[in-house]
Write a protein that binds this ligand. Structure first.
Ligand SMILES: [Zn+2]
Length: 66
């Protein structure tokens, strides 16, 4: 039998929806340049290349604080 919308508390609706939230890990592929894991269709965060050419400059972490 169908549930009455007005009888279902908002907290129950929200907690049911929250249970399905962010269950999968981020997909990674291996970078063809440096063989580090990177996200598909993203420039590599390690070497800064995409499709065989450099597209972004990779800064040393916490080093570029000018
Ligand atoms: Zn790379």
């Amino acid at each position: 039998m169908a549930n009455l919308k007005w009888k279902t508390p908002r907290s129950k609706t929200r907690s049911r929806r929250a249970a399905n939230w962010k269950l999968s890990a981020v997909t990674t592929v291996q970078c063809p340049q440096c063989h580090q894991p990177k996200r598909p269709h993203f420039a590599c965060p390690t070497c800064g290349t995409y499709n065989g050419r450099t597209v972004v400059e990779v800064r040393d972490e916490r080093a570029g604080q000018e």
